[in-house]
Structures are given as C-alpha cells and as structure tokens.
Design a binder for this molecule. Structure first.
Ligand SMILES: [Zn+2]
Length: 82
C-alpha cells in the first residue's frame, strides 16, 4: 500500500508569484515589500504580471494642482485684473 499526499497538496492557496518586480528599476523583492530596496520608490501590491503596482502619488498631484492654481492666479493677476 502506498500512502498518498494528494489531499495535503490540494489545499494550498494559489500564489502565482513568490516575488514582485519594481516598476521603476525591475528589481525583484519579496511580495510584502512596501518600498523598493534598490531605488527606494514606494510600491504597492503585486499585479497579474508580477510587477508591483505604483501607489497613487498624492504628493505629485498636490504639487501639480498647486502649480496650476498658482498659474491661474498669475494669469488673472497679470491680464484680467481691473
Ligand atoms: Zn526599484
């Protein structure tokens, strides 16, 4: 009689990737890494291609919004003020 391990092997969660890739420098890192150990960029969860997702860059959008607002004020101040 041969003892089967099939019942034990079939119950594992399907994890497609053991590592994820940095979208900036393509370095491999553990799945639970929050920042890239090579380029220190913030990274998110692994996606279906094995790359780490880029987190939403609030700081970048905030700076862009401030620049646009400042430009709008400058335009108003320079050309439309009475
Ligand atoms: Zn990186």
């Amino acid at each position: 009689m041969v003892k089967s391990d099939r019942a034990k092997a079939g119950r594992q969660a399907p994890t497609a990737y053991m590592t994820k890739k940095c979208p900036e420098c393509y370095a491999y890192m553990p799945l639970d890494a929050k920042t890239c150990p090579v380029c220190n960029k913030k990274i998110g969860e692994v996606d279906e291609l094995g790359f780490a997702k880029k987190p939403f860059d609030w700081q970048g959008y905030l700076i862009a919004a401030i620049c646009i607002a400042a430009f709008a004020v400058f335009m108003w101040w320079g050309f439309f003020r009475e």
